[in-house]
Every structure is written in C-alpha cells, then in structure tokens.
Design a binder for this molecule. Sequence first.
Ligand SMILES: *[C@@H]1O[C@H](CO)[C@@H](O)[C@H](O)[C@H]1NC(C)=O
Ligand SMILES: *[C@@H]1O[C@H](CO)[C@@H](O)[C@H](O)[C@H]1NC(C)=O
Length: 240
Amino acid sequence: MSLISLLATCLWFSLVSSFTGANEANVNCLKTIYSQVRDPYGYLSSWVFGENVAGYICKFNGVTCWHDDENRVLSIKLSALDLSRNNFSGPLPSDMTSLIPLVTILDLSSNQFSGEIPASLSNNSFLNTLMLQHNLFTGQLPPELVSLQRLSQFSVADNQLTGPVPNFKDTLKLGRESFANNDGLCGRPMDACVDPEEEMIRFGKMGAAVGAALFAPLVAFLDSFVFNGRKKQGDMRHMF
Ligand SMILES: *[C@@H]1O[C@H](CO)[C@@H](O)[C@H](O)[C@H]1NC(C)=O
Ligand SMILES: *[C@@H]1O[C@H](CO)[C@@H](O)[C@H](O)[C@H]1NC(C)=O
C-alpha cells in the first residue's frame, strides 16, 4: 500500500467513522504509517503508541485532530523528513477529493512525489494550505486550483513544472518564492508567458497575408474564366 493511500485511509477513517472503534482505526492507521516511514531526523519520535488516553495521538508531531480529546485525525503533515531516505514517492492519486474530502492542510513538501499535480485537488474545497514544494512534480499546474477559495498558503517551488501559473486571486498574495525553481513556470508573479493565443493571432495574420497573396491571382484567374464563360454563354445565346 502506498503511503498516500495510507494517509488517505487514515483521514477517511477519521471522517466517516462514527462507529465504535473509530479511534482504534485511526490509531492503527498511524501505526502503519509509522512502521513504513524512515525517520532519520526523529520527526516521529513523539509517535509513541500504547497509551490508552483519548486524544493521545493528537499530540504526535505532524498530527492534528478534530478534537483534542478524540483520536480522529484532521490533518497529517509529513514535511521535513529526510529526502534521500524516506520512501514517499510516486504520483498522487487522481481522486484526492474522494479519498480525503475534508482535508484542510496537505503538506507533502520535501519528498519525491512525481507525476502531475491532479486537477481534482481543486475539489478539496476545505484546503487552506497546500504545500507541494521540493518534489519531482512535472507537467502544468491545473488552472482549476484557483477555485480553492480558502487557500492561504501554497507552494510548488522546486519541482519540474512548466507552463502558466493559474490566475489566483490577488488577495492570496503569492510571491515568486511559491513558484521558484521549476522548469518553466510563467505568468504572474513569474515572468510573462508568450501568450499562445497572441502567437496564434500573429500566425493567423501572417497566414492570411500569405493566403491573400496566393489567392488574389487565383481570383483573377477564376474571374476571367467565369467572365469568359459568361461571354461565351452570351455568345451562344446570341447564336440561337
Ligand atoms: C521503498 O520502496 C521500494 C520500492 O517500492 C521497496 O522495495 C522498499 O522496500 C521500500 N523501503 C522501505 C524502507 O519501505
Ligand atoms: C470536481 O467535482 C465535480 C463534481 O463531482 C466534477 O464534475 C469535476 O470534474 C471535478 N473537477 C475536477 C477538476 O476534477
């Protein structure tokens, strides 16, 4: 099971579980994560299982609960783990919304996640923090991300992304540092993109000019042909 599916499962448990034993499911979920992660910097050293106090997992580093007296996980932050030695890699699932619909903070920075950033993240409408910096993401940023109304912190710096930066609302105040160090992100706040539409119009105008240049003699030719034809027809009518 990939780490992301595990995370998703944990968060999912915490959301849907009103059944008895929900807390237990959350604890087991975190246990599984704990057993899979290499943690050379001791980021997870506070993850000590076995206590039987409600809400004890909420004090774990990186874990936030819905309520401090319940073991129901609201968010998991696993940034700042050792890049070279942890195993957080591979693409993100395309159905993030159905996996973790109510997640507010998704911090996957400083790992080795790859592939495209799924457009479906834009449907995780409770997200206020989306940190994806220092990974290996490629492709373009989904323009749909602008529909994340609650977003206040966002970074995709230090990936391999290209293409235009989505047209985020001004109040978000994202600086270049949120997008720096990619293979070619352009548009505000980065340098302007070469607008493909403008390029197309220019190309179109050029095409029209070339077309006209080629077309004019053809028109002239057809015109004379038709004119001649009519003249001939006229001549013929005249004959009968
Ligand atoms: C890391 O992932 C690779 C490939 O998926 C796997 O073979 C390896 O056992 C994993 N290492 C750890 C520590 O989980
Ligand atoms: C968001 O959810 C709606 C409704 O389920 C769906 O139609 C739409 O395709 C989703 N958007 C993205 C970008 O996945």
